[in-house]
Design a binder for this molecule. Sequence first.
Ligand code: ATP
Ligand code: MG
Length: 154
Amino acid sequence: LKIERINIQEAILSSFRLVKKEAEHKKMTLILTDTEITYLNGDISRLKQILTNLISNAIAYTGIGGKIEVTVTQTLTEAIIEVKDNGMGIPEDELDRIFERFYRVDKARSRNSGGTGLGLSIVKYLVENFNGTIEVTSKLGLGTIFTVRLPFQD
Ligand code: ATP
Ligand code: MG
């Protein structure tokens, strides 16, 4: 674990570069919307792992030509990162299960994306290591927003 001063916007752009191939393949638009540059103390490789998992999910579960928007805002006490897509969404009655290990919504629709269902359980674990929280809101057929809140100090 290496603690350093992380520029969150730079971490997001670096995650965008990691998923560039998948995004281009599906003709997706990746957007970073930020109000002001936000710094956070922590291990940058762990933050990138959180971001890359959420962004590649957004790409995997959104159709061709979709839009993925990442927004960074901050309050006095925390950084707030939102990852929003206009993809297939998640049924309301499954929302509280997606952070469980190996849980995948509707095996049939997820099958062609070939995941294991571990991504979000790892994300949740890493977010909690930052003493943060993660929440999801979703509308079936319209899209999904993951909101990560990371406190500046614990
Ligand atoms: P892995 O990430 O391990 O390769 P995975 O993507 O299936 O596999 P998770 O990242 O844990 O696993 O996600 C769990 C399930 O939640 C997914 O199978 C998918 O059904 C649903 N899900 C996750 N993100 C989204 C999203 N942005 N839009 C719609 N469904 C999603
Ligand atoms: Mg995943």
